[in-house]
Each structure stands twice: as C-alpha cells, then as structure tokens.
Design a protein around this ligand. Structure first.
Ligand code: PLP
Length: 425
C-alpha cells in the first residue's frame, strides 16, 4: 500500500530519520509511545461522532463512546478534576472554546504578554483572541525576569477584565495561582490557567496545582503530557455559571454544560476519535508511577542544562528554571535568536528562536532561544549526558559565529543520539 504514495511515505521516513539523529530541544515537542502512535493512526479516524458519549448526532458510536468516556475518566483522575472535555483539536481550540463560553466580543481580557513568553491565544493582536476581545497584558520585571505580580494586579484593578489568564509558552518559573485567584476575586473575573507547557509536571505534583484555584484549566496534550497533538479543558470543581444563564427547566446552567456547548457545537464539529483514543492512552501512561520518574528526570535535565549553559556565560532569563524549559537571552553572546536557531540546526540540534523580555529585535529575528528537556528525556538522556549537550550547543554557536564548518559536529551529535532509542522511558 505504502508504495502507492511514495512521495509522502518517503518523506515520512526522512522525517523519522531526522527525529532520530538529532537532539530535539524544542520545548513544546516530545516523542510519543508506540501505543499513542498506533491509536493516532487507527481506523477510528473513519468515525463521525458529533456530540458527546451517549448523546451523539450519529449512529454507530457505541464503541467510540466508551473510548471517549475512558479518556475523560483518566484525565479527571490524573488531575483530580471534576470535569474534563477531551474534544478540543488543539490548545488554541481549547482556549477559543473557553472564551466563547465566558466572553462576549469586545470584553476585556488580561493575559501574559506574548513578547515576555505568553501565547498568541492570550490576546495577541495577530490572533483571533486579540481581534475579538479587548486584550491587556502583564509581563515580567526587567530585573528578575519573574512575573511582575504587582503590576498585573494594578492593571487588573484598573481595567477590570472579565477574564484573567495565567500560563505561558516560554516561562520557566512556577506560577502563584493563589495570587491570581485573589485578584480575580477582587474584580469578579473568571480565572483561566493555560498549563499547556508544564501540564505533565503539574499532573505528577512537581509544580503548583492550579486545578482547585483556577475556575478553568486548559492544556495541550502533546508537550510534557506526551500525548498526541490536541487540547483539553478541565475544571477542578464544576460551578453554576455566574451570568444567570438558565436551562429549559429554569435551573442555572452549570459551567460544564456551557463549556461542552462551546466546544461542540460552538466551535468544532466532529471530534477526532482516533486522537481522543491516543489521548486516553497517554493519560493512562501518565497515571503510571514511572511517569513521575520521567517528569522528575525532565525537571533535573532542564535544571542541569540551565546550570551548564550559565557556567559558559549564557544569560538564562530569570536565572534558572522550575520546569522543563529555559529561555536564553543571547544578547551577551552577540548572536540573534534567528542565527542561533540556524547554527544549532546545522549541527542537527533543533531549537526555536524566541523573543526575550524587553527584546529589541523583531519576532522574526529575536534575541533568544527557548530550549526544553521533555523530548531528550524521553530518549533516555539523564543528567550525566547533559554536559555533552551543553558543549555541543556552545560549539555550534562558536562555529557559526566564526564561519566554520559544522560537519564534524553534526557527526558527533548523530553518533551520540544513535545510542538513544526514540522512546526509552
Ligand atoms: N497555549 C500555550 C501556553 C501554548 O504554549 C500553546 C502551544 O504552543 C498553545 C496554547 C496552543 O496549542 P496548539 O499549538 O495545539 O494550538
């Protein structure tokens, strides 16, 4: 069958080779287990199942109902959540459904500034969230690189946004959810935590838990959680909607009902049941004790990367990391984020350029790179191997700046990675 479409399957093989031979340091990526891959590539992709388990708009859903219900139950158990929706096709879709449920166009929202490490869907003007809603931003303080909670509160009290959003794409420190809770209560805002990046660490108790403090929590499933590409929405506790919306019987609608309607039919059609099955597999894996060991190693590896790079004079924003990622400000190394991404890419080390707080460069150039430890840790890399990776990073940047050939370095990188399977733990 495969040779019927040589073009595509040859390219998939090449991509597999690329993923195996390089050092993957993109903080939002990971390698999934064979079981997650098998479920994602299964015949469940053939099934339409608009609606929710036992309330579908299509026949023949008896089996996918059980799959989706298992995914929901496992996710609830993993995060101690009273409510879970596993249908969002991505993290962005999860956030858009939450906004649809809680906001009207033009309402104010307050999120973490994209240029300080936030995400597009938290109000960026180039994203629907900044175009449909009136977005305000908080950021980090210039001295510490840590979230400026005081200014965040001042903006919140002044603007009184309907929704307060915590969470980031490139912030390496833990979040003070209780402070956000206090501020949200002061102004009567809905508090959303988008834990897309650290969700795996949160699930295993290695970072503070937002589930019982924030009203709604969203996450992608493909980063530290190590599942298929997708999103989910959760609530630690369900609650009556604060806007007085009633059902046909005249009772106040629960938030769970409103969120479910905002996903389907509000912003999506048929759920991807093959991906939902793969989410269920990943949640099952994350519920195992050895996932705690994996997450612990991810955290240790990120810490060692940060220490190693900092000992070579790299400027780590906020001086370290509490989670799986770090943001490197390259201004002291006289190289842009764009060039560093290129330099490392030539040596088969994959990272992404990233704005650093108070960046003077554009988002296409940037002054920084973001690196993460989730993917390399899945391959079995431990703190004993981190120094070598730090040396490779430094050598790649040195060679690029001095216009030297990276061929022998990429050979060394490939040799090192040939000792690690694509999925070890
Ligand atoms: N929220 C945060 C904090 C993210 O980091 C990301 C992805 O990078 C998303 C949402 C969006 O997820 P997706 O790319 O699946 O739409």
């Amino acid at each position: 069958m495969k040779n019927l479409d040589k073009d595509i399957f040859e390219l998939i093989e090449k991509e597999e080779e690329r993923q195996i031979k390089g050092i993957e340091l993109i903080a939002s990526e990971n390698y999934v287990s064979q079981n997650v891959l098998d479920a994602t590539g299964s015949i469940l992709t053939n099934k339409y199942a608009e609606g929710y388990p036992s309330k579908r708009y299509y026949g023949g859903c008896e089996i996918v109902d059980q799959i989706e219900q298992l995914a929901i139950e496992r996710l609830k158990l993993l995060f101690n959540a009273e409510y879970a929706n596993v249908q969002p096709h991505s993290g962005s879709q999860a956030n858009s459904a939450v906004y649809l449920a809680c906001l009207k166009p033009g309402d104010k929202i307050l999120g973490f500034d994209l240029s300080h490490g936030g995400h597009l869907t938290h109000g960026s003007p180039v994203n629907f969230s900044g175009q449909l809603y009136n977005a305000f931003f908080y950021g980090v303080s210039k001295d510490s690189g840590l979230i400026d909670y005081k200014t965040m509160r001042e903006i919140a009290l002044k603007e009184k946004p309907k929704m307060l959003i915590c969470g980031a794409s490139a912030y390496s420190r833990d979040w003070d959810y209780s402070f956000f809770r206090e501020v949200a209560d002061e102004i009567g805002a809905i508090l959303l935590a988008d834990i897309s990046h650290p969700s795996g660490l949160i699930a295993k108790g290695l970072l503070k838990d937002p589930l019982q403090l924030c009203d709604i929590v969203t996450t992608t499933t493909h980063k530290t959680l190590r599942g298929p590409r997708g999103g989910v929405i959760m609530m630690g506790k369900d609650f009556d909607n604060p806007w007085g919306y009633k059902n046909k019987k005249g009772d106040k609608k629960r938030m769970s009902t409103i969120l479910n309607s905002a996903v389907f039919p509000g912003s999506q059609g048929g759920p991807l049941e093959h991906v939902i099955a793969a989410k269920a597999v990943a949640f099952g894996e994350a519920l195992q004790d050895n996932f705690f060991e994996y997450m612990l190693r991810v955290k240790q590896n990120a810490h060692c990367l940060s220490e190693g790079l900092s000992s070579l004079g790299y400027d780590i924003v906020s001086d370290g990391t509490d989670n799986h990622c770090l943001l490197i400000d390259l201004r002291s190394k006289n190289i842009t984020g764009k060039d560093a991404e290129l330099a490392l890419g030539q040596a088969d080390i994959t990272v992404n350029k990233n704005m650093v707080p108070f960046d003077s460069q554009s988002p296409f150039i940037t002054s920084g790179i973001r690196i993460g430890s989730a993917a390399i840790t899945t391959r079995g890399i431990t703190i004993n191997d981190i120094n070598l990776i730090v040396e490779y990073i430094d050598e790649a940047i040195y060679l690029y700046k001095n216009k030297k050939n990276t061929h022998s370095l990429s050979k060394k990188v490939n040799k090192t990675m040939s000792e690690f399977p694509i999925f070890k733990y």
